[in-house]
Design a protein around this ligand. Structure first.
Ligand SMILES: C[S@@+](CC[C@H](N)C(=O)[O-])C[C@H]1O[C@@H](n2cnc3c(N)ncnc32)[C@H](O)[C@@H]1O
Length: 213
């Protein structure tokens, strides 16, 4: 039996508040601390979106003011969305965020004002291998941000600590006016995950759609 088979405080809270996964409270905490969605108008991109808590949080948070594109290998849960995933301001691309066709389809929906990535590889139990695989996804997410995030935009990405995650934070600090590392309370205590947050993307928004990732 999995050690996570018993729903914990955050999982029960998520179900009660209409979210398929406890991960929503990590984004909520990040949003409350860093103001990621403050004065948000525009488009957001959610990488590694299933079962859909971050997408639901984003859609509820931005209301009719914005639109969201989401990508995952797996389908989204339809249990809690109350039709939000059928809305005209939402587009789901099922596939691999590292593949050329998914990148191309996502870029066509940009430029974005927020890029979120909570993608995680299937864990092996070997922390080094998991950290390397996770870092590859986080780096891909940063490439989406480099290519498709508008000037002033915000970026949130999950990383498994270990490996060379410090170099990713350095790249984020080079691309954004602020780059932060933050572990929300809703992360499991034993988890190696943390989040990097980039605020205020530098650069020319007119060019971002044309750049290749
Ligand atoms: C922790 S879950 C994301 C939870 C989500 N933020 C939520 O709140 O519901 C990680 C997700 O990353 C996805 N993922 C992993 N590798 C991926 C890839 N190469 N392309 C797209 N999605 C991927 C997995 O399918 C999984 O659904």
């Amino acid at each position: 039996m999995s050690k996570y088979s018993q729903p914990d405080f955050w999982t029960l809270k998520a179900r009660k508040e209409g979210y398929p996964a406890r991960s929503v409270y990590k984004l909520k905490e990040i949003d409350e601390k860093f103001g990621v969605f403050k004065r948000f108008r525009g488009k957001a991109l959610d990488l590694g979106a299933a079962p859909g808590s971050w997408s639901l949080y984003t859609l509820r948070r931005m209301g009719a003011e914005g639109s969201l594109a989401a990508i995952d290998l797996s389908p989204l849960s339809r249990r809690y969305d109350k039709g939000l995933f059928d809305g005209e301001n939402f587009r789901f691309l099922q596939g691999d965020m590292t593949s050329a066709d998914i990148r191309e389809a996502a870029l066509a929906l940009g430029p974005f004002n927020i890029v979120l990535c909570d993608a995680a590889p299937p864990t092996t139990g070997n922390n080094s291998i998991d950290a390397i695989r996770s870092l590859a996804l986080s780096e891909t997410a940063l490439e989406y941000a480099e290519a498709a995030l508008a000037q002033g935009g915000a970026f949130v990405v999950k990383v498994f600590q270990g490996g060379d995650s410090a170099s990713l934070l350095k790249r984020i600090r080079g691309l954004f006016s602020q780059g932060k590392s933050f572990k929300p309370q809703a992360c499991r205590k034993e988890s190696f995950e943390t989040y990097y947050i980039g605020l205020g993307k530098n650069g020319d928004p007119a060019n971002c759609q044309r750049r290749k990732i």
